[in-house]
Write a protein that binds this ligand. Structure first.
Ligand code: CA
Length: 508
């Protein structure tokens, strides 16, 4: 990076002075940001998945760098996206929980890239409630969007589509690359899937995938939370009790075409008939729900992986791959039956962790790995740095470009701050904040005034809260001091900020 900086600055100067209008796209790298919703890294074969294979995601890992410790600052769909747009924590970008409205007038990385001559586009899931700003082209789902036949918002106009959403988002993405990309400008394209978000409706191609296999269960599928606090005991995201008939495909989706419905019924009716006849109860019923949930979740991922393959092939065929940085990530992780759960929100590992793969030919060593503490807070800064443009001082993360080059700065962070706000709300996970280091995690559920501490080296599954264990007294003291420092550094207010959509709230 450093050696190229003067060249970038020179080019930027020409831009700003208006001296160079048609810079060849080859001068600066394109950015393809592939982003999915709720894709846990333990459902990717490059991360050692025990439950599925993801050959096209593995292509990016094999040809690029895999990040082992990428964490989400607030493990939820909308908030994660707002952090990425702004490079700022939720309390500063104003999007604290789903249902908030993103203030699109604020500084975002797409706007800054557009200003320095990048052609920008976003296709697929947006989920920030207000119109996208800073894009030459957008075609996004309304809200969460359905898995089938989605209406979409194309530059402010409603358009209808018939088909499977993951395929459609890919078609639009490829079409943009083929016909709307400018030869004279580098591009930043956000290719963003709804999948594999709840309620996990597979594509017609994958309706019967995994029918003949049993997905391995996590060792804590039957966690009873006896060694955790109130928050773990009172959440509403258990495979055993909180999956509904739509989640479990005991009801068909209501928005299918007759042809889609025929394929759907052919796939699910025999399975559902066998389920009804088995009259399962107790742990057997939980196990059945786990299999149904996981197979549908993994089917949705199979479609993401297939479609990503189409885009990677296109980059290869056109030669674009050489000068395009491909980033794959997902807005946060997910519980794949871990702790008996689905969903996310908690600061426990499975949802805190984001997958993060980056391919940049000539810069990143193929098949490399990085275990530094990185975050979605760093994405905006990284995209700006890739483009060779300045990172505004009020962004709170750091560029990952030196890490791409295998040169982690000596003052890289050794602790990470987390903060979750959506309570009361869906799944009833209590508000909490916390700090994670390479070995420890200290969490405070502040409306309960309860602390939890985990020693990730001895207890990677976070089954035992050691907060009141005297052996950890000194580390607890250190972590509390670190938490105080981080909260000051990131300007976290003592009281939670008032939220833009004023959601109905009971006292908690
Ligand atoms: Ca999500």
């Amino acid at each position: 990076m450093r050696s190229q900086l003067p060249i970038y600055l020179g080019l930027l100067g020409l831009f700003l002075s208006g001296g160079l209008v048609n810079l060849p796209a080859a001068e600066r790298p394109n950015i393809l940001f592939v982003f999915t919703d709720d894709h846990a890294s333990h459902a990717m074969s490059c991360y050692g998945s025990k439950v599925n294979q993801t050959p096209n995601l593995d292509r990016i890992a094999n040809e690029g760098m895999l990040f082992e410790n990428c964490f989400c600052t607030n493990s939820l769909c909308g908030p994660s996206r707002a952090v990425i747009q702004t490079g700022k924590y939720s309390h500063l970008n104003g999007f604290l929980r789903n249902g908030n409205r993103f203030d699109g007038s604020q500084q975002t990385f797409p706007k800054l890239l557009q200003e320095v001559g990048y052609k920008t586009a976003v296709v697929g899931k947006w989920h920030l409630a207000t119109e996208p700003q800073g894009f030459d082209f957008y075609e996004v789902l309304y809200g969460q969007g359905p898995y089938y036949n989605p209406p979409m918002n194309r530059n402010g106009k409603r358009v209808k589509h018939v088909g499977y959403t993951t395929d459609i988002i890919t078609d639009i993405t490829l079409n943009w690359l083929k016909s709307q990309r400018s030869e004279d400008q580098p591009f930043m394209l956000m290719y963003q899937h709804k999948a594999p978000h709840r309620n996990w409706q597979p594509s017609p191609k994958h309706l019967t995938m995994y029918d003949d296999v049993t997905i391995p269960e996590p060792d804590n599928l039957f966690d009873d939370y006896s060694t955790r606090g109130t928050a773990a005991k009172t959440q509403q995201m258990e495979v055993a009790t909180h999956l509904n008939a739509n989640d479990l495909k005991l009801k068909a989706p209501g928005n299918l075409t007759p042809e889609q419905r025929k394929l759907w019924d052919a796939a699910y009716e025999p399975k559902n008939k066998a389920f009804r006849e088995a009259n399962l109860t107790g742990k057997d019923l939980v196990r059945w729900k786990y299999q149904r949930y996981m197979k549908d979740y993994l089917r949705c991922i199979a479609s993401v992986d297939d479609n990503l393959g189409r885009v990677l092939d296109y980059l290869d065929e056109t030669g674009l791959a050489k000068n395009t940085v491909v980033i794959y990530s997902s807005d946060q992780g997910f519980y794949l039956g871990d702790h008996g759960w689905f969903d996310k929100r908690f600061m426990y590992e499975e949802s805190l962790r984001m997958p993060m793969l980056v391919r940049w030919p000539g810069v990143i060593e193929a098949g490399s790995k990085n275990d530094d503490l990185v975050s979605n807070l760093d994405f905006a800064e990284t995209f700006l740095d890739i483009a060779g443009t300045a990172i505004p001082a009020d962004m709170q993360g750091r560029s990952l470009v030196p890490l791409f080059r295998g040169q982690t700065p000596t003052d890289w962070r050794d602790s990470f701050y987390y903060h979750y706000y959506e309570y009361p709300g869906a799944h009833m996970v209590r508000r909490h904040y916390g700090v994670r280091t390479d070995r420890y995690k200290l969490m405070k559920f502040y409306n309960l005034d309860e602390w939890e501490l985990y020693d990730l080296e001895k207890d990677p599954r976070e089954m035992t809260n050691v907060y009141s264990n005297p052996e950890y007294e000194s580390i607890t003291k250190q972590l509390k001091a670190e938490l105080k420092t981080l909260r000051a550094q990131y300007q976290v207010p003592e009281k939670d900020p008032v939220q833009s959509n004023k959601p109905k709230r009971k006292k908690n």
